[in-house]
Ligand binder design. Sequence first.
Ligand code: FAD
Length: 347
Amino acid sequence: MKIEQNYNLFKLNTFGISANAKFFVEVYSETDIKELFNTQEFKTNPKLFLGAGSNVLFTKDFDGLVILNKLKGVEVFKEDSEKVVIRCMSGEIWHDLVIFTVLRGLWGIENLSLIPGTVGAAPMQNIGAYGATLSDVLESVEVYDIITGEKKIFNKEECRLGYRDSIFKNELKGKYFITAVSLTLSKIESKNISYKTLKEYLEKNKIEVSTPKDISDAVSLIRKSKLPDPDHIPNAGSFFKNVFVSKSRMKELSKVYPEMPYFEESTDATVMTEDNDFVKIPAGWLIEQSGWKGKKFGNVGVHTEQALVLVNYGGASGEDVSALANKIVADVKEKFGLELIPEVNLI
Ligand SMILES: Cc1cc2nc3c(=O)[nH]c(=O)nc-3n(C[C@H](O)[C@H](O)[C@H](O)COP(=O)(O)OP(=O)(O)OC[C@H]3O[C@@H](n4cnc5c(N)ncnc54)[C@H](O)[C@@H]3O)c2cc1C
């Protein structure tokens, strides 16, 4: 294990931001973690655990220690005739885990195909797409307490998963290193194809779903056709979360903006709201209606097809991106009285 100094993070974040970390280290094993926890650099500096860097925006250099997660390994932890618990180390690539499961005919995470990033970051914001979220299948999350070095296991309820949210993004932010994630998957067919875009795609292409791989393949193709590839246009996916408002507020909004779309999505909102009295307004629509879609300002811009995605056209700084994000937030607030909240972690 080697701690490096003044390390450039350009290749380690999908926004392609050239920021430096004061210290940088890669961890490959529990032995590395234990050794790292005893170093002065770890004990005396702010710390940032990094997976694939697909949900971060470095707004400046990081004056501390960046720990790149390389913990690998997947195992079948428990199994009966109907279910399988898969335990996966947190540095594995999420989509590789999806492939591992669909090739074994296991149902549960096929709708979450091709979401960039590592397994360890998935509980951070309860990743979700195409009508499914991690919370549908999460069993537990294993962590190290970064102060005491003790190991702990959070069960699903303790993770307090919500819409792109968890306890690790809130009360326990920065307090734990997630080392492994366990998921309960089904051997019995349990397809989830109600999400509109997915349903339409399957119907249009006359695809009869009989395996989780059928869904994984369809979702992957849809995603490739819709989302900008960070390898070509650096970005971090949806920059903002969709907006939740109470049903009564929505009624008022509909009077002023009859065309404003909204959705009652219980999968996203259940954990976040006690009474489930909320609806979701697509943030992309608010941004588009405010005239930002496709706009370019120097090196940064709003993607031409996806108003929710901010992009770096090359050489932008994190400050450039966050300045654009702030302008969008202010404009949407002024136009609709609604608050956009970043989904991306601003560092
Ligand atoms: C093109 C594109 C499409 C996307 N589509 C989706 C989508 O459909 N749905 C969705 O939910 N997300 C989506 N995202 C966002 C992103 O893929 C997810 O948030 C992913 O889980 C981030 O994983 P990562 O390893 O890159 O995390 P990073 O960006 O490396 O880290 C994200 C946050 O988690 C923390 N963290 C990471 N690993 C650990 C760990 N082991 N322990 C403790 N803290 C940790 C980091 O400190 C940081 O705060 C998309 C991103 C892109 C670029």
